[in-house]
Design a protein around this ligand. Structure first.
Ligand code: ZN
Length: 373
């Protein structure tokens, strides 16, 4: 039996390979206490069973994330299915029955760095797309902005950023689906939007954390979604560069794409707690949510985060900073790590395919919101 995580977004430490169950531990994000993302390959004997135990699950960033959680697994790194797991408040236990010599296991279907580069390379070939490198991360990776549409002629500007929290790979699956639909000449929703709207898309806000196998932070250990009030090139260049571009360009809708460890639903969080939150904010938010419910049975509004009290928003959060700075609609979209309990999938749980479909369904709420701007 052999376990390795020495690859893109790999994360696991083998504590005791001779124990049964085999004892594993998730590595902390660099310079940070956060951890929960794992991704590794187990090689063994076809037909054998391998009981595994993540011994530090109970002290992970979101222990509630392990309740009713099923582990993502893949033999071919393309098709991901789920494996039942047991969480007792301290450890996460699951058993791998090998049908092939080796299997990949992860917290959610990984979105590889190479796939990110492929996405950018594919998108830049489209007439409507401009690729711009805003600058570099602390590890020297490019921060890339895709502008889709005619910036000079457009009436409306929509921003979409994803993966501030790198372990939330569902966010980039979503963006990939969004860009494919947006650049589909046969998609009437996309075509009608692009007639008067330009999209500014940052598919990966946290390249270093993604490659390092972090859950929540960049190379320096900064939680980027707490850096928006005062980002710096030393600690959070990712936010500094994108925020600077936002200030230069402005925008009418800001969408920040995430995943939630605990809640088995899709939902949005708004900026109701910011100073100056007004009727216009509320109306745009209502319009967007109503249209999203109509567009997708995977989206709902009954379950989500507790609302911030008036004036008590954390202004270091991207959505709150954008909603306040630009006095317009700013939303965090959360997708589940587990499954959508309203429409569960016993084989895959919440999956890349469902992320991509939800992205296709976000055109209607964007269109309806732009109408009432
Ligand atoms: Zn997040």
């Amino acid at each position: 039996m052999h376990i390795t995580s020495a690859f893109d977004s790999g994360n696991i430490e083998v504590i005791n390979a001779d124990a049964r169950p085999i004892e594993l531990s998730i590595r902390q994000d660099n310079n940070s206490d956060f951890y929960q993302w794992f991704h590794f390959r187990l090689e063994g004997k076809t037909g054998d069973s391998y009981p595994l135990r993540i011994i530090n699950a109970g002290k992970a960033a979101y222990p509630a994330g392990w309740e009713n959680y099923r582990v993502c697994a893949s033999y071919d790194r393309q098709n991901w299915f789920r494996i039942e797991a047991e969480y007792d408040g301290n450890t996460l236990d699951f058993t791998v029955d090998l049908d092939q010599p080796s299997i990949y296991l992860a917290y959610f279907a990984p979105f590889p760095w190479e796939r990110h580069l492929d996405l950018l390379a594919w998108a830049q070939g489209h007439d409507l797309v401009q690729l711009e490198t805003l600058g570099q991360t602390l590890d020297g990776r490019d921060m890339t902005l895709l502008t889709v549409g005619d910036a000079a002629a457009a009436k409306h500007k929509v921003w979409m950023i994803a993966r501030q929290h790198p372990g939330e790979t569902m966010a980039e699956w979503f963006v990939e689906g969004f860009l494919e639909a947006l650049l589909d000449d046969a998609n009437p929703s996309a075509q009608s939007l692009l007639a008067d709207t330009v999209f500014y898309v940052v598919p990966n806000m946290n390249p270093d954390g993604s490659v390092r196998g972090h859950l929540r932070t960049n190379a320096a250990g900064a939680n980027l979604n707490r850096e928006w009030q005062d980002p710096s090139m030393e600690r959070s260049p990712e936010v500094f560069l994108v925020r600077q571009k936002m200030l230069e360009i402005g925008g009418d809708i800001f969408l920040d794409i995430h995943g939630d460890e605990a809640l088995p639903f899709n939902f949005v969080a708004a900026c109701e707690g910011i100073p100056g939150y007004d009727k216009r904010h509320a109306e745009l938010e209502e319009t967007f949510k109503r249209a999203f419910v109509t567009a997708s049975p995977d989206f709902q509004t009954e379950r989500g985060y507790d609302l911030d009290k008036p004036g008590e928003a954390n202004m270091t959060v991207g959505t709150n900073w954008c909603g306040h700075q630009f006095r317009t609609l700013a939303l965090t979209l959360e997708m589940p790590f587990k499954d959508n309990d309203i429409l569960p999938d016993p084989i895959e749980g919440w999956s890349p395919a469902r992320c991509r479909q939800l992205a296709r369904d976000i055109f209607l709420p964007i269109r309806e919101t732009l109408k009432v701007l």
